[in-house]
Design a protein around this ligand. Structure first.
Ligand SMILES: [Zn+2]
Length: 354
C-alpha cells in the first residue's frame, strides 16, 4: 500500500480537479450540462402526470438552441393566451417607449373601477362583460388587495391592477409590432424548428373590455416556442435570434434587435427574482439554485373560467444560461407547469449539475 503524504496529495488533487472539471465561462453550458438537462427533462416528462397536456422546452440561451423539448410539434404550432406572462413584454415595451418610469407604483385595494366608483352598490365584472359601467370593478388575484406595490413587486406578486392601470399608455398597433419583433408572436424565430410554425396573434381591441385588459395579455396568443424565443431575446440584451433545433449543434441566427433599456431590464430581473423569493413562483424556491421566474394563467379561447398554465424560469439568476418554458393545458401557472420545472431542477441537483 502506498501512502502519499497529504501535503503532496493536495496539489495533485487540485490540479486533477482543474483538468477534469473545466469551469465554463459564466452563463455558458458545457456539453455535459446539456446532457444532464436533457436527461432531467426526459425523467420529469416520464414520471410527472399529465404528459399529454404538457409542452416543456429547455433552451441554451447563449446559443439560442433547444436542449430538450417535449410535446412534439405543438411547441411551435399551438398558440394560447399567455396570461400574466404578458406583463414581462409589456414592461419591456412601455419602458423602452418612455411610458413607464422607475417610480411607477400602484396602491392595490383588490378592486379596480375602470369607469370610476359609484355611490350605489359595487358590482364585480366578469371577463365576458364588454363594456364595464360606473360602479363595476375587476377583482385582483388577492381579494384584499396587494397594497402599495412597485413595478417589480407588481410583477412578482402578479398584481393585475398595477398593469390594468397602464392600459391607456399602450398603443395596440405598437404593442403588436413589439410582440412580433421581440420573437413572442413573430414566426421568424421558429422557422428552423419545423414546417409551418404558427405566428402568435394579437387581436386589436373590439370593445372597452379588450382595451382595459390588454396589459394582462388579453387578445394575445403565443406558442411555447415563441415564449422561449422572447425570453431568449430578453436574456440576450434584446438581440432576437432563431431558435436552433434540439441536437442540431447550431447556433441561432440573428434576425433583429429590440432596444432594452436599463430600467426595463432591471425591473424585469428584479420582478422575476422576487417572484421566486416571495411571489407567485415561490414554489420553485430553495431547490439549491438561484432562479428567475414568472407564472401565467391565460384564459382558454371563448371561456371565462378555464385556463392554460405557464411557468418560465431561468438559471442562474446572475447570468442566465438555461431557460425553461413549461406549458400545461387546462391548468394554472403556479400548479402543474411550476411543478414540472421544480421536478427538472430536483433531477438536476441529484445528477450533480451546478
Ligand atoms: Zn393587486
Amino acid at each position: 500500500m502506498v501512502v502519499t503524504q497529504p501535503s503532496r496529495l493536495l496539489p495533485a488533487l487540485l490540479l486533477a480537479g482543474l483538468i477534469l472539471a473545466p469551469s465554463p465561462a459564466r452563463g455558458t453550458l458545457s456539453l455535459r450540462d446539456e446532457t444532464l438537462i436533457k436527461q432531467a427533462v426526459q425523467t420529469m416528462d416520464r414520471d410527472e402526470p399529465g404528459r399529454d397536456k404538457r409542452i416543456f422546452l429547455a433552451v441554451n440561451i447563449r446559443q439560442s438552441r433547444l436542449i430538450a423539448a417535449t410535446g412534439g410539434r405543438a411547441a411551435w404550432t399551438e398558440a394560447a393566451s399567455p396570461g400574466s406572462l404578458a406583463k414581462i413584454p409589456l414592461v419591456w415595451h412601455l419602458a423602452s417607449r418612455g411610458r413607464l418610469d422607475s417610480g411607477y407604483a400602484w396602491r392595490c385595494t383588490g378592486r379596480f373601477f375602470p369607469r370610476g366608483e359609484s355611490s350605489g352598490a359595487d358590482e364585480l365584472i366578469h371577463e365576458d362583460v364588454e363594456d364595464p359601467a360606473r360602479g363595476q370593478y375587476y377583482k385582483c388575484s388577492r381579494l384584499k388587495g396587494h397594497g402599495l406595490v412597485s413595478l417589480s413587486e407588481a410583477l412578482s406578486v402578479s398584481c393585475n391592477h398595477a398593469f390594468i392601470n397602464l392600459h391607456d399608455r399602450l398603443d395596440p398597433s405598437a404593442w403588436r409590432d413589439f410582440c412580433s419583433a421581440s420573437g413572442l408572436t413573430g414566426s421568424a424565430c421558429l422557422g428552423e424548428l419545423g414546417p409551418d410554425p404558427a405566428t402568435g396573434t394579437l387581436d386589436i381591441p373590439a370593445c372597452p373590455r379588450d382595451r382595459f385588459l390588454m396589459p394582462l395579455g388579453f387578445g394575445l396568443r403565443v406558442t411555447p416556442a415563441g415564449v422561449a424565443a422572447f425570453f431568449t431575446s430578453f436574456f440576450s440584451g434584446g438581440t432576437v435570434r432563431t431558435l436552433a433545433p434540439e441536437g442540431s449543434g447550431q447556433v441561432g441566427i440573428r434576425v433583429g434587435h429590440v432596444p432594452l433599456t436599463p430600467l426595463a431590464r432591471s425591473s424585469i430581473l428584479q420582478g422575476m427574482r422576487r417572484a421566486v423569493q416571495s411571489g407567485t413562483a415561490k414554489g420553485l424556491g430553495n431547490p439549491g439554485y438561484s432562479l428567475l421566474a414568472k407564472t401565467g394563467s391565460g384564459l382558454v379561447d371563448g371561456e371565462i373560467f378555464r385556463m392554460h398554465g405557464w411557468c418560465v424560469a431561468a438559471h442562474p439568476a446572475e447570468s442566465p444560461a438555461v431557460l425553461f418554458v413549461s406549458f400545461v393545458r387546462e391548468s394554472y401557472g403556479g400548479g402543474p407547469p411550476l411543478v414540472a420545472i421544480r421536478r427538472v431542477l430536483q433531477e438536476l441537483r441529484t445528477s450533480g449539475f451546478r
